[in-house]
Design a protein. Structure first.
Lengths: 217, 217
DNA sequence: TCAAAAGTGTTCTATCTACACCCATGT
DNA sequence: ACATGGGTGTAGATAGAACACTTTTGA
């Protein structure tokens, strides 16, 4: 059907680890593979690169397809070859950070997407467990010296919300006072002046990120 | 000559930013392009990926071809698409660190390689100036919390050698006493017991890296 | 008045920075 | 003896970690 060199025309795909914090736990979006290869397993969503758009555009397209959101935090992680053992393939992995309430998951039954807590994943196709591990480590490392958490939070949020997000990613408890001091002193966030009341206790001051573009300290 | 879909069979290549410290300055290895595209400019050495080997093996092959050395420090930087505007292309960029005395540059006149100081580069093909910028930043960032400098130094070295290497990459002078204290306290290096005499002054103690595999603190 | 989360300061410790003099050697 | 780079310690500043009580609200 195809000549011998067909095997040297590689497939280039973007795969995206889409993260969100839900109920205080970090989740990643996976799709149920409804066809070969690796049928009937879960894996990171991906899409073939068309050779025209940039790789980042391909990743953004995957994100939009699965979640309906776009133009959020998107960062390249690394590139792996041979994840699909059956043919020459290159997968360029990206990290995306989304705020759950903005997301409308794609609804089709085939290749349906679902959130999984990152610390309780099944065995995934294409060594995607390792990809997700590295992605979580990368996000955790950048939390401390950048504003990337803006991707995971709504426009306005309380310091408690922010801390819960940090704790979900770092998987450890943080001291409330020290956290507050450090966050405010970085200048990455600023008070909006508004407060939020919910429940029988003092209302919490609301904050926003000073910038919703990536900033590195 | 080829059907319309030829444009969707992308070229995947590994390109390698090979660094060495020479005369106290950080240098990068470039090759003079003796054919299209971008003929007669300088660019990072690269090689097409064959679809069978891993991408890292392709990068290692480029390194070995240009320098004769192999199995040194090699780390993936990032992947860019469309660097070659003429066709669908993906370039996976790697960083390699070598010790100049171990290197024998490829001698052919065509596509000849040469060392360039990173702070005095010509305008390179395929936006390689940006690639090198990012690579230098990455190496600088990792110096402080890893042993990657082992790639740039011989088996044994003095603390002065090590400091010179750091200063070349970070482009700033470091305090000799503080540098020594920090390096020794990390445990990444250890004294060999030997000394080196050269010139009319006290001999310098020689050190080695405790591990010549990548270690992150 | 009680429960529940918000908000706030100080002390201690570890780490980083700045800085100057003596040591071993070759000429 | 002198010139050259190797080797060492201390004091001050800064950043991070530990820790407990008061405030505001809804029920």
């Amino acid at each position: 059907m195809s000549d011998a060199r067909a095997s040297s025309a590689p497939v280039v795909a973007a795969i995206v680890a889409i993260f969100a914090v839900r109920d205080g736990r970090l989740h990643v979006l996976l799709v149920h593979r409804s066809g070969p290869p690796e049928e009937d397993t879960w894996a990171l969503p991906g899409g073939r690169w068309d050779g025209v758009e940039t790789l980042e555009a391909a990743a953004d397209r995957v994100l939009a397809r699965e979640t309906g959101v776009q133009d959020l935090y998107l960062e390249q992680l690394f590139t792996a070859s041979g994840l699909d053992g059956a043919q020459p393939s290159v997968a360029v992995a990206y990290i995306a950070l989304v705020e759950p309430s903005t997301v409308r998951l794609r609804q089709e039954e085939a290749w349906r997407p679902a959130w999984f807590p990152v610390d309780d994943l099944p065995l995934l196709a294409f060594k995607n467990n390792e990809v997700i591990d590295q992605a979580v480590r990368r996000v955790g490392a950048k939390l401390d010296y950048s504003n990337i958490a803006y991707g995971l939070l709504p426009e306005q949020f309380t310091l408690r919300d922010l801390q819960t997000t940090y704790e979900a990613i770092l998987r450890k408890d943080l001291d409330r006072r020290n956290f507050r001091k450090r966050m405010i002193s970085t200048g990455l966030i600023e008070p909006t002046g508004a407060t939020r009341r919910e429940g029988a206790h003092r209302p919490a001051a609301l904050y926003r990120f000073a910038s919703r573009e990536p900033v590195v300290l």
